[in-house]
Ligand binder design. Structure first.
Ligand code: IMP
Length: 198
């Protein structure tokens, strides 16, 4: 049984401004008071886990322990079956030192050359940790296909090369409200909300 969060102060342990924005928008209707990791000057732990769940858990636990408040962390990435699941948990690291997603998208495209299967899915795992060590994780996925060249200036990360199933636009072209409604993070969120806010 997951503990409920109504009216609680919650630390958002994400240092990625794109993700923090999406998570804050998704949490807005539930009245939880959000404190950002940046405002608390929380350090960003190294993502040493071997799964989305493990990485989300270590970020949430570190923030909850330091802040003495429940903390929510997210780990996410793009999974490409034709690339044996890569970039997966290494999605952010595929940008290289310049953190430029044009480079990461180009690498995905280069490695896909000659492959017929262009399916892909985004995975998001939300981990909710309490200062006493209690922890729950919630996983969401959105399936689709990869296109080239990248299209659209909205969103972040690999959005311009990902077209979700049932749509023709990339996440980079899509109205952010629609992306928020159908995204992997939204799916994980629905699970979190069902467990913690209702
Ligand atoms: P992390 O969860 O901070 O380790 O990094 C996840 C990485 O996955 C991001 O930096 C992006 O590269 C990618 N990613 C996760 N969610 C999305 C999304 O909604 N759109 C595009 N890229 C995403």
């Amino acid at each position: 049984m997951t503990r409920r969060l109504d009216g609680a102060k919650l630390v958002l342990a994400s240092h990625n401004p794109g993700k923090a924005r999406e998570i804050a928008a998704l949490l807005a209707p539930f009245g939880a008071e959000i404190v950002s990791a940046a405002a608390l000057r929380l350090a960003e732990p190294e993502e040493t886990g071997d799964s989305f769940e493990a990485n989300a858990a270590l970020k949430a636990r570190a923030a909850a322990h330091t802040a003495g408040l429940p903390a929510l962390a997210d780990d996410s990435g793009l999974v490409v079956p034709a690339l044996a699941g890569q970039p997966g948990i290494y999605s952010a690291r595929w940008t290289g030192p310049t953190k430029d997603f044009a480079i990461a998208m180009r690498r995905v495209e280069d490695e896909l050359k000659g492959k017929i299967d262009r399916s892909a899915h985004f995975v998001a795992v939300l981990a909710l940790a309490w200062p006493d060590g209690d922890l729950k994780t919630f996983r969401g996925e959105v399936h689709g296909r990869l296109v080239w060249p990248p299209r659209g200036e909205r969103g972040f990360g690999y959005d311009p090369m990902f077209v979700p199933d049932g749509y023709e636009e990339t996440f980079g072209e899509m109205d952010p409200d629609l992306k928020h409604a159908i995204s992997h993070r939204a799916a994980a969120f629905k699970r979190l909300v069902a467990a913690c806010f209702r």
